[in-house]
Design a protein around this ligand. Structure first.
Ligand code: PLP
Length: 385
């Protein structure tokens, strides 16, 4: 056997022994939050399609129409020939929703953060991140070559202490956080971070992958309890928007720089026009249907109330089990009862905090939410720490 295969097999065996190996399972998304796995229909609490827009007739039709008219792939980077006019329309719509001068659409949310952070930050600079920030913020900071530090989760005083200590040694500073934390569902203290950023001339970046479409009337975490001053609002088109792609909303000058210099924008093919068309159709719905936009959080709160958990602040609810194996067993128990609830393990979450992560969508039936809460209350929570 080659040394390469030996390397791969040994790595896999070591992960397996710690219950951290991951495997793909065929999953066919049926209607709304239902999914088919191994021929079984399960109610999924693990999709980020919060508004079920991936299957909405108007969103589908927009994508199909775009494919018929323009074909499938963009054919090149947007800076060469891949800049379909639908992108300008989509960027205008995103900027309007977020209250910024301009926007830039990327291939994905992950690519957006890699490109944004590595364009704005360099080796003499400081990136200060919440410790629970998404993997792509950490990866962007790594790629930038800047000094990267983390502050304790949502601890503005710790962030202030680190800025006080380190800001002076660096030319520029970026303060980065998830707006809605992807594995915890809590909100960042965006207003306090904005004030802190101003005080130290740091640039605030919020990753609103789980905020757009579902928090603050769909406008996202910047707009909770009044508008916060967030110069860099990024996010994804792949969750509540139901399509695919990532975005940054910012001032015209920042967007112009990103479109000229961000490597993941310049050297990567533009999104398929159908993804842009679908996203525009989804934004039409989000901007005109406040009841739909409010539904996922309302459903999550009915679940946290039923179990006396801390009230949900977003459609994401974690049930921290601690141990990876115990979490996998809990997930299998729920699957036997017809529910798909993914077990989230390290390194997606810190060691010792393996958890069930539930996401609620507008279309989850209320009686099923109550049945799931009863099952978890009777058969899983007694075994959690
Ligand atoms: C999902 C997610 C991303 C990545 O977005 P994609 O479009 O799926 O690449 C980035 N940040 C956070 C917080 C996320 O949850």
């Amino acid at each position: 056997m080659s040394s390469l295969d030996t390397f791969a097999l040994e790595k896999l065996a070591a992960l397996e022994a710690r219950h951290l190996r991951r495997t793909l399972q065929d999953s066919t998304r049926a209607d709304g939050p239902w999914i088919i796995r191994n021929g079984v229909r399960l109610l999924s609490f693990s999709c980020n399609d919060y508004l079920n827009l991936a299957q909405h007739p108007a969103v589908r039709d927009a994508a199909i129409k775009a494919i018929r008219e323009h074909g499938v792939g963009a054919g090149a980077s947007r800076l060469v020939t891949g800049n379909h006019p639908l992108f300008a329309e989509l960027e205008m719509r995103l900027a309007r929703l977020k209250g910024t001068e301009a926007a830039c659409v990327f291939g994905s949310g992950y690519l957006a953060n890699l490109g944004i952070i590595s364009t704005l930050m360099g080796k003499n600079d400081l990136v200060l991140m919440d410790e629970l920030s998404h993997s792509c913020i950490l990866a962007g900071a790594d790629l930038s070559g800047a000094t990267a530090l983390t502050f304790r989760h949502n601890d503005v005083n710790h962030a202030a202490a680190l800025l006080q200590q380190h800001r002076g040694q660096h030319r520029h500073a970026l303060l980065a956080t998830d707006g809605v934390f992807s594995m915890d569902g809590d909100l960042a203290p965006v207003h306090a971070l904005a004030t802190l950023a101003k005080q130290y001339d740091a640039w605030l970046l919020t990753d609103d992958a789980h905020g757009i479409g579902v928090v603050a009337g769909g406008r996202g975490s910047t707009f909770v309890n009044g508008v916060a001053d967030v110069p860099l609002q990024m996010g994804t088109l792949s969750k509540a928007i139901g399509s695919y792609g990532g975005y940054l909303c910012a001032s015209q000058s920042v967007i112009d720089l990103i479109k000229t210099r961000a490597r993941t924008f310049v050297y990567s093919t533009g999104l398929p026009p159908a993804s842009a068309a679908a996203a525009i159709a989804a934004l039409n719905i989000i901007e005109t249907d406040p009841d739909l936009v409010a539904a996922p959080l309302r459903k999550a709160q009915s679940f946290t109330r039923a179990l006396n958990l801390r009230e949900a602040e977003s459609p994401i609810v974690p049930i921290v089990m601690g141990d990876a194996e115990k979490t996998l067993l809990a997930s299998r128990l729920l699957e036997d009862e017809g529910f798909l609830v993914a077990a989230i393990r390290p390194p997606t979450v810190p060691p010792g905090t393996s958890r069930l992560r539930l996401t609620f969508t507008a279309a989850h039936p209320d009686d099923q939410i109550q049945r799931l809460a009863r099952l978890i209350g009777e058969r899983i929570l007694p075994r959690a720490p």
